[in-house]
Design a protein around this ligand. Sequence first.
Ligand code: DP6
Length: 325
Amino acid sequence: MITARSTPNIALIKYWGNRHDEFRLCANENLAMTLDGPHVDVSIELAETLSVTSANKEMTEKDTVRFQKTLNLIEVYLATIAPTEVSNLTITIDSQIPPSIGLASSAAVFSALAKAVSGLVDADLTDEQISVMARLGSGSAARSIFGGYGAVRNEENLFIDGSKGWQVADEHHWNLHDIIIVPSTEEKKVGSSEGHPKAWTSPDFAKRVEDINNHRQQECIDALLAKDFEKLQAVVEEDCMEMHHCMQTQDPPLNYLSDETYRILDEVKSMRKADHLPVLYTMDAGPTVHLFCTDEAKERITEYAHAQESCKVFEASVGQGAYLV
Ligand code: DP6
């Protein structure tokens, strides 16, 4: 049995929409911070047929089909490197991630699966190659292979490995924190997987893709490497709000943000203006607000988060990425 452990990551430049749906080739380059928890363990063993069980979640037929498709694609990809049969496995998932809190468990699960599968391959795979396998299960999972700040870059082709993960900086580069405020724990109605293929129906999506690929991803990388929080804040918030605008204008529209989300954003903006706090906000496919901050602002932001009535709060910092246990 091979076991790998991984954690979610939170995007600073969001992945939204595909160039190729089946291969999950990201339309735009993207970038995230890998969290230090909560983690997921994925264990695999070769078997006669595929079975997937989770200690914390009832697996549906749809879930199993997703694993089957992912493993079939991984096999296709591995055929180009070191042919390996991986489509019949016993997969056991043990997740510490509370369900429906707006933390993408799929990124942690598929990055751990890819890392575990790398242990079956009769070759030393690079993290870049493992990130391609992770991406075939979930686009954002490519980034959790890396500690610190992981990104996805695009090649012009539409080959199965045409979007690849890479590490912008490791977890020792900049100790940022993600204070997570969860206003609603309701299961979301439309997940990202259903939303991505419709991204191109937003009239503003093509421009978004162009802007990110031409300069925004690089601006975010530069801000991270220079540890320039002000620049990071500007580029991350612009990108987040633009992604939500595209989601809201695609067909059918996706509205993930709630009144509570907007209330928290307004309060955070006033608070940081008054007190010059290094804090920025970002939201994924749900009303959950991620408040990224430096050591300097952590205490104040955590205190603010815990003062929010009927909201759950989680705290994480930059983490180390997927590893074999
Ligand atoms: C809004 O990676 O969750 O969180 O490939 O279908 O699993 P699938 O999608 P996923 O999409 C992430 C969408 C996002 C932005 C991001 O994390 O970059």
